[in-house]
Design a protein around this ligand. Structure first.
Ligand SMILES: O=C(O)CCC(=O)C(=O)O
Ligand SMILES: [Fe+2]
Length: 277
């Protein structure tokens, strides 16, 4: 008998390509693919560069990539969060932006999550200057803080990310080992936890033009960026519309983006009426 915990997909209903992608995601905890809509990616990156230049009161350089990588020439660590907030508020004020964000990974999300989706209402932005320790995310799994295990994170680099300029993720096997003995870390700091996983974490090398979907049930985070360029990346959560929610609710945190006709018909359906009770 198949139970919810060991349910496996009957392979013959999926294409070989879908099976291979699914295994990659489950076994590594992530899948990286080329973006599906390069124009949408460039439009988002250029808009972000424009918002940043506007906030800083400088002319927008023609080489957007170099401008973002070298933003440290224009902003100090103390002023970085103001810049980040100005950009992210500007981004989230534009309805087209989330449409573009979805467009870069539409097929990837459909394969890994489904084709009837809920999307986080706000996309997030990370900006990490070289050698700056002021905006780090210590090791965590999003499920520890109110996210559902059914969600995925779609993470999009706006510049090439590598080594400590990137984020790190624990491989599923090692992650399971550590999370199953979590009481050993009771009372310890997140830095203690990082030291315990440091030799196993994988820094995700990913270039501009690629997108990653990762499993946020696995431990992940970032370290001080020791590379000479600034990291710019975005992240946003997606889930199957009808899979279980945790604290991040539909309507508050998530919004349905691809409701299908049969679901709409079902939602609007009323049983035949007119009978006496
Ligand atoms: O961008 C990072 O370094 C971490 C992102 C993260 O924790 C997330 O998207 O859940
Ligand atoms: Fe996270």
């Amino acid at each position: 008998m198949t139970t919810a915990s060991n349910a496996s997909m009957p392979g013959s209903f999926l294409t070989n390509e879908e099976i291979a992608l699914g295994e990659r995601y489950v076994n590594h905890g992530y899948a990286i693919e080329p973006v599906e809509d390069r124009a949408a990616l460039n439009r988002m990156r250029d808009f972000i560069a424009e918002l940043a230049a506007r906030h800083l009161g400088i002319a927008l350089p023609s080489d957007r990539n170099n401008f973002l990588n070298r933003i440290g020439d224009h902003v100090s660590p103390a002023k970085l969060n103001d810049l980040r907030l100005a950009v992210i508020n500007g981004v989230n004020a534009e309805p087209w932006f989330r449409e573009c964000y979805f467009a870069v990974g539409r097929k990837l999300l459909s394969n890994i999550v489904g084709n009837e989706l809920a999307m986080q209402r706000r996309v997030n932005l990370s900006v990490q200057l070289p050698d700056d320790d002021s905006s780090l995310l210590p090791v965590h799994a999003d499920v520890w803080s109110g996210d559902s295990p059914y969600e995925v994170v779609m993470w999009l680099p706006l510049v090439d990310c590598y080594k400590t300029k990137a984020m790190y993720l624990m491989p599923p096997g090692k992650d399971r080992e550590i999370q199953s003995q979590f009481s050993a870390f009771d009372g310890k700091s997140s830095e203690d936890l990082y030291k315990a996983i440091e030799s196993d974490v994988k820094f995700i090398d990913i270039s501009y033009g690629q997108v990653i979907v990762f499993n946020h049930n696995l431990m992940h985070g970032n370290r001080i960026n020791r590379e000479p360029e600034t990291r710019w990346s975005m992240n946003c959560r997606f889930k199957s519309l009808f899979s279980p929610y945790a604290d991040k609710r539909l309507g508050e945190f998530f919004e349905p983006i691809t409701i299908r006709p049969a679901t709409r018909v079902g939602m609007n359906h009323a049983l035949p009426g007119g009978f006496a009770e």
